[in-house]
Design a protein around this ligand. Structure first.
Ligand code: PAF
Length: 286
């Protein structure tokens, strides 16, 4: 794997691959890679001839009181992982390469209706930062396909919408959430958890499964189900941000007849904000 840090170098390598008729796959990340990220690389490898990954901790998607400075940076280990998983080119730019005019950009990409709900309501500006950097990265790499994890379900939904709305010629592939044996979704932020917090954290996924079971039985009162889930999370040591049951494709409140749902939750365990989600099909009778 070749590692480069400039846009010009990425373009040069991608153009050379394209000239050979190769299909370009792209895996954008913020580094500190775990098995979930490496599964994204595997999916890109299986569907493309030339695989590009990026590692860029994007300041634009962090709020003023968030963990930008503390965010784990593990470039050497990440390079090894990406090499082992068949990535051809790694783009690991400095902030000034991506934002040469600083953070006060003139142009930002925003996906109203998706970027300002759920995690977007708790983290104002976060999804504008994601949409903007992903647009820039797509412009730089010009991939045929890009791979995102289902763990960040709202991000995945928003990127699909953005690609569609802006007629971007990129196919979006998604990969299931990688989990620890006890069900906790793998996340770079799990490193922030103390041993005690880590032991409590699987309650988030357990709660999602309890909601899913109730929905699958049919006839569930969504308000009561959500209230019970919030209580369960509090009893397990979480400070819930939200638990929501939404339409799987629009993330809006579901209508009575909607069957394809997704349960989304965000909750604080100590100082760490964890998110998770689970898709569920509601039976036709409910
Ligand atoms: O999911 C992430 O790691 C980031 O939000 C992304 C898509 C790489 C944009 O910075």
């Amino acid at each position: 794997m070749i590692t480069v840090s400039t846009i010009a170098e990425v373009r040069q390598h991608v153009q050379a691959a394209r000239a050979k008729g190769q299909r370009i796959g792209f895996v954008p990340t913020m580094g500190n890679l775990h098995a979930g990220h490496l599964a994204l690389a595997d999916a890109a490898r299986a569907n493309a001839d030339f695989v590009v990954a990026s590692i860029f901790v994007n300041p634009l998607q962090f709020g003023p009181n968030e963990d930008l400075d503390a965010y784990p940076r593990t470039l050497e280990a990440d390079q090894q992982g990406l090499t082992d998983h068949g990535v051809d080119l790694l783009f690991a730019p400095a902030v000034a390469e991506v934002y040469p005019d600083g953070m006060t950009l003139q142009t930002r990409v925003s996906v109203p209706g998706l970027g300002d709900i759920l995690c977007g309501a708790s983290r104002p500006g976060h999804f504008d930062g994601v949409a903007t950097v992903v647009t820039k990265l797509f412009q730089i790499v010009q991939p045929d396909l890009a791979v995102f994890g289902r763990k960040d379900f709202q991000q995945l939904t928003l990127i699909r919408r953005m690609v569609r709305d802006l007629s971007m010629p990129v196919t979006i592939l998604d990969v299931p959430t990688a989990r620890a044996e006890d069900g906790l979704a793998l996340s770079s932020r799990n490193h922030y958890l103390s041993a005690d917090e880590r032991a409590k954290a699987p309650a988030l996924y357990r709660t999602l499964n309890q909601i899913a079971e109730q929905l699958q039985q049919g006839g569930a009162d969504l308000i009561k189900v959500r209230k019970q889930a919030l209580t369960n999370l509090e009893d397990s040591g979480f400070r819930p941000d939200y638990v929501e049951i939404r339409h799987r494709h629009t993330l809006q409140e579901p209508l009575q007849e909607d069957r394809e749902l997704v349960i989304l939750a965000a909750a604080w365990m100590g100082k760490t904000r964890l998110i998770d989600n689970l898709v569920v099909d509601r039976p036709a009778s409910s």
